[in-house]
Ligand binder design. Structure first.
Ligand SMILES: Cc1cc2nc3c(=O)[nH]c(=O)nc-3n(C[C@H](O)[C@H](O)[C@H](O)COP(=O)(O)OP(=O)(O)OC[C@H]3O[C@@H](n4cnc5c(N)ncnc54)[C@H](O)[C@@H]3O)c2cc1C
Length: 432
């Protein structure tokens, strides 16, 4: 995912390092300084870097169609956001520990005083408050106590807002160059304000459920028609769907990401939805005419490659949806584009959603071939099966979307088959 550096990565690096560069002259130890002075300086710099990681991480919670392309798609922004959150936590812990060790040569009491000063040193206690809140909202994120319930995790994550306000207050009470910190904090607040307050009002498109087609038990394709401004997308992109039907059993007003299965340029937007939890189960019986909002499009699944190189697609289960959009796009441009082979990995025939349509597209398109592999009959897919349908796999650009076990199995198989890692592109249906 991070093999190519994107424009957005440079912005992140600059924003992260700016406060460190500014703080450097004040905190960097003098030549010949002892271990205590070095530790104390490192403690301060770790605090500076930790806070800037927290603020830049908050900026990356922004969701703006188009902006995510600077970073290689929204899933990649979320990975960066998680890395920065984790780095901020470690750096802030180091900030406390190193500052205490820096004072240890004076006396153990001095070391304790640095981190637990009298109550009138409010700035330090405010810093402790920030760290305590971070501990509470990060523990489920890093799954210290198992996999959390997604919506509860999302609500708990809102504690990040007071945490970062307290961390910011701690810093501005203690550091110089306050203007720089205010600038960074303003960007972070703007990002969160857009995401939580403005985007639900200004960033969404109004659509109506036009049709609900059953594809299998617990899997439907929902067709949505625009009620106003329509959204346009590229194949492989996804969007957030927010239903508002008061009759829905679950998920009313919640936003959930779904890959767009319609081809770019269609008048309607289609999404294939498998019941994986309460909200996606409720959508199986949503009634035509229901008002929904959609936000997006996000992601760059098919754009991470040489566009003219031949392609091999692996879709597993409901992970077939980006390839359905890709195949429908090919159908609209008969004769154009590079050769594409799709291998659909399904458990058994009744779980091979869209297969009839994919075969029909393949029959009418000279550059598209669709093959099916049933786990029930053959076990995990092997190299012989793939080579039988795609002998030049090592020369192709490869796209994989499906359950984590399937992606892991294919990654190992493809690397043993000599496919360079840089040619393999994966998409996960899971942000947490
Ligand atoms: C980029 C992307 C594309 C996706 N495309 C499709 C698709 O085409 N078809 C399809 O059926 N499913 C797709 N999903 C999965 C779909 O978003 C989840 O199945 C759905 O959100 C589950 O919600 P729930 O309340 O029914 O289940 P829950 O029990 O609440 O969630 C089940 C799991 O889904 C994930 N999830 C839930 N809510 C969200 C959310 N708001 N944001 C991110 N992840 C969430 C979490 O990992 C959670 O553990 C996609 C997910 C992502 C991230």
């Amino acid at each position: 995912m991070f093999r190519r550096i994107r424009a957005g990565d440079w912005i992140v690096v600059v924003l992260l390092l700016l406060p460190v560069l500014v703080a450097w002259p004040r905190w960097w130890p003098r030549p010949g300084a002892g271990a205590a002075e070095v530790l104390s300086a490192l403690g301060h710099l770790a605090g500076v870097l930790g806070l800037s990681a927290l603020l830049v991480g908050a900026m990356l919670s922004v969701r703006l169609p188009g902006l995510d392309r600077w970073f290689g798609g929204l899933p990649r922004i979320w990975t960066l956001h998680r890395i920065l959150g984790f780095a901020a936590f470690i750096l802030i812990m180091l900030h406390v520990v190193w500052l205490a060790f820096g004072a240890l040569p004076i006396s153990p009491e001095a070391a304790i005083q640095v981190i637990f000063p009298p109550l009138e040193h409010g700035a330090v206690w405010i810093g402790w408050g920030a760290l305590a809140l971070m501990l509470i909202f990060l523990a489920p994120t890093f799954q210290f106590f198992g996999r959390p319930h997604y919506q509860r995790w999302k609500r708990l994550h809102l504690l990040s807002v007071p945490a970062f306000l307290l961390a910011f207050a701690h810093a501005v009470m203690l550091v110089e160059h306050v203007l720089l910190w205010w600038g960074l904090a303003a960007l972070a607040v703007a990002a969160v304000f857009w995401r939580k307050v403005l985007s639900p009002r200004l960033g969404r498109h109004d659509y109506t459920v036009d049709a609900v087609t059953a594809l299998a038990s617990n899997v439907v394709e929902i067709t949505l028609a625009p009620r106003g401004r329509a959204m346009s997308h590229a194949a492989g992109q996804f969007m957030y769907l927010t239903p508002h039907d008061p009759g829905l059993e679950a998920g009313r007003g919640e936003e959930h990401p779904y890959t767009i299965s319609s081809a770019p340029g269609e008048d309607v937007v289609r999404v294939g939805i498998k019941a994986l939890g309460d909200a996606s189960r409720a959508l199986q019986t949503v009634t035509p005419g229901t008002a929904v909002q959609i936000e997006g499009p996000y992601g760059q699944f098919f754009e991470r490659c040489e566009p003219q190189r031949r392609q091999l697609w692996f879709g597993g289960g409901i992970g077939i949806t980006p390839f359905v959009s890709g195949a429908r796009a090919l159908q609209r441009e008969p004769g154009g584009g590079p050769d594409v082979t799709l291998i659909y990995l399904a458990n058994r025939p009744d779980r091979a959603y869209y297969m009839d349509e994919l075969r029909e597209i393949a029959q009418g398109h000279p550059h598209f071939d669709a093959q099916i592999h049933y786990f029930q009959d053959r076990g995990p897919v092997d190299e012989a099966f793939i080579r039988a349908h795609c002998p030049d796999l090592a020369e192709r650009e490869i796209y994989i979307c499906g359950p984590p076990g399937m992606v892991y199995h294919l990654m190992g198989l493809l690397s043993r088959a000599g496919v360079p890692r840089g040619r393999i592109h994966t998409e996960a249906f899971d942000f947490l």
